[in-house]
Design a protein around this ligand. Structure first.
Ligand code: IMP
Ligand code: MG
Length: 183
């Protein structure tokens, strides 16, 4: 995929090695995922629970692609800082204000790498008696054994470290409208 002419302006001059998913490809797939979720939950209360910060862009687009009533909340777990490998440590920094009991809860995640973040989080959330608990991830690196809760996945992701559309490196590049490998 070709690199947009305004990319250098957005990155502050840092060259992008490769566009992994462009804006149009992401938009098309997110609309499809919205339809999948709409069809999968014919009734009941639905709550989208986004993992901050990485899910913030995806959440906005996904919520608008779902054609049924829903509620939105967020959860904050500790991040890796500047390290680009997963430590497996999960710390809850913000707990959702919404009551999960009796609701269909979909955890919205930017990317599943080792899946360790999610595994810890899911056991915490299932103790709160949701009617069902599923995960919707935009990207999956398929490095980890599959978790049964991961019901909706946007794209399989190459084993590179990628940024954009919510994903960061040391808090930068979340605002890029495409997903890129900086190399
Ligand atoms: P896991 O616990 O190893 O599955 O890590 C998942 C989290 O690591 C994601 O929510 C991201 O915040 C971060 N992460 C993993 N891979 C990447 C990447 O390629 N780019 C940016 N963030 C990543
Ligand atoms: Mg991150």
């Amino acid at each position: 995929m070709s690199i947009p002419p305004d990319a250098l302006r957005r990155t502050g001059g840092v060259a992008i090695k490769r566009i992994v998913f462009d804006e149009g490809t992401i938009a098309h797939r997110v609309r499809e995922m919205g339809r999948e979720i709409t069809a999968a939950y014919p009734d009941g209360d639905l709550l989208l629970l986004g993992l901050l910060k990485g899910s913030f862009v995806f959440m906005g687009d996904l919520a608008r692609a779902i054609e049924r009533p829903l509620q939105v909340d967020f959860i904050v777990v500790s991040s890796y800082g500047k390290d680009t490998t997963s430590s497996g440590n999960v710390r809850l920094l913000y707990d959702p204000a919404t009551d999960l009991a009796g609701k269909h809860v979909i955890v919205v995640e930017d990317i599943i790498d080792t899946g360790r973040t999610l595994q810890r989080l899911l056991s915490l959330l299932s103790a709160r008696q949701p009617a069902s608990l599923a995960v919707c991830a935009l990207l999956h690196k398929k490095l980890a054994p599959p978790l049964p809760e991961v019901r909706f996945v946007g794209f399989e992701c190459p084993p590179a470290f990628i940024v954009g559309y919510g994903l960061d490196h040391a808090e930068n590049y979340r605002h890029l409208p495409f997903i890129a490998d900086l190399g």
